[in-house]
Ligand binder design. Structure first.
Ligand SMILES: Cc1cc2nc3c(=O)[nH]c(=O)nc-3n(C[C@H](O)[C@H](O)[C@H](O)COP(=O)(O)O)c2cc1C
Length: 331
């Protein structure tokens, strides 16, 4: 079976969620949130802050490789920063040509670059040249800015620039995150380029994964929000592919998820300031509501709480074993 990759999600899947999800398992690799490159040479500590896995041979503690993503529009500056990043031996360097955020697009980064295939090809080539051939350089693109007219030109330019693989999020920038994902366009791009194409967009279940592979013809699939909403999704996909009976008893899964929620809560307290920890938990619980009815009541119970102590008590009252040994960061 092909690779299943956990997508980069800025503000949602940071190192804590990457650690928890890859420990539950089923993922062959993942990508960090984007690191914005704009003019200056970023110090090692910036890369390590966004991707602390770099200090662990660029792997999550479960051993899943983490590729580091860069976002920027100046080929030279991107190349210099990629070379700086390469000193930390990332599992790979990924280039972001998909971010739709207005603040990023205003500065000529992310998905707006899809209007200029020649430029994204130059960015890919400059980065490819700047880092050792042992480090894969990949790219992640959408289908275009407002339409798909230049999708294939962009993919060809990236392949000519030397990327070793290409993730295609099957929507334009203007589509935002609205369904549907246009998987048939991923098939067109796959047929046009010689590098492996990884399909991405709207995979929420094991049957979605199978349909996505059928329509795109891609072996490899990257999953974003579906992985956050259902932490067992990659395992469900593997079970379905292996012909194992898969449980539709989401209630059982909820019980299995409780230790992972406890882990998340412990790690979040180590990672973020105390005042932000409850918010981070709420963010994930809100996503889990899509899959688990139990997440709904827990989310509603936790939502009004502001302090670590209150939140911990509420988690305990919902059967989540809270460790009191975590040393919260000072506010
Ligand atoms: C909250 C959020 C943050 C994201 N941040 C990034 C990012 O930093 N880099 C990137 O390439 N894509 C980012 N994406 C896009 C996802 O990687 C993925 O392409 C998109 O969500 C479609 O896949 P899905 O339908 O499986 O979620 C983000 C998506 C979301 C929802």
């Amino acid at each position: 079976m092909g690779k299943i990759l956990l997508a980069p999600m800025d503000g949602l899947a940071d190192c804590v969620l990457r650690e928890v999800l890859t420990r539950i398992g089923g993922y062959d690799g993942t990508v960090s949130e984007f690191i914005r490159v704009s003019g200056s040479l970023l110090p090692h500590r910036t890369f390590l802050r966004v991707c602390p896995e770099l200090a662990n041979a660029s792997r999550t503690r479960a051993g899943t490789p983490v590729v580091v993503q860069l976002l920027g529009s100046d080929p030279q500056c991107m190349a210099q920063n990629a070379a700086q990043l390469a000193e930390l031996s990332p599992a790979g360097v990924d280039l972001n040509f998909g971010c739709p955020a207005p603040t990023v697009n205003r500065h000529g980064g992310g998905a707006t670059l899809l209007g200029d295939p020649e430029l994204i090809g130059r960015i890919a080539a400059a980065v490819r040249q700047a880092v050792s051939p042992a480090i894969p350089v990949s790219a992640k693109m959408r289908l275009g800015v407002s339409d798909t007219a230049r999708a294939i030109d962009c993919a060809l330019a990236l392949a000519a620039g030397g990327v070793s693989s290409l993730v295609v999020h099957a929507r334009t920038r203007d589509d935002g995150y609205r369904p549907p994902a246009h998987w048939e366009w991923v098939a067109k791009i796959r047929e046009a380029v010689s590098v492996p194409v990884i399909a991405n967009g709207e995979v929420w279940s094991a049957p979605d994964y199978q349909r996505c592979r059928q329509v795109t013809g891609c072996d490899d699939v990257m999953i974003g929000r579906g992985a956050v909403a259902d932490p067992f999704l990659a395992r469900r996909i593997r079970a379905l592919a292996a012909g194992d009976a898969i449980s539709d008893e989401r209630g059982d899964d909820w019980l299995q998820l409780l230790p992972a929620l406890a882990d998340f809560w412990r790690l979040v307290q180590l990672r973020v300031e105390a005042r932000h920890a409850p918010g981070r938990l709420k963010l994930w619980l809100n996503c889990l509501r899509r899959t688990f009815v139990e997440a709904d009541s827990l989310y509603l119970a936790v939502r009004p709480l502001r302090s670590i102590e209150q939140t911990a008590q509420m988690l305990e009252s919902h059967g989540i074993p809270v460790s009191r040994n975590a040393l919260p960061r000072a506010a």
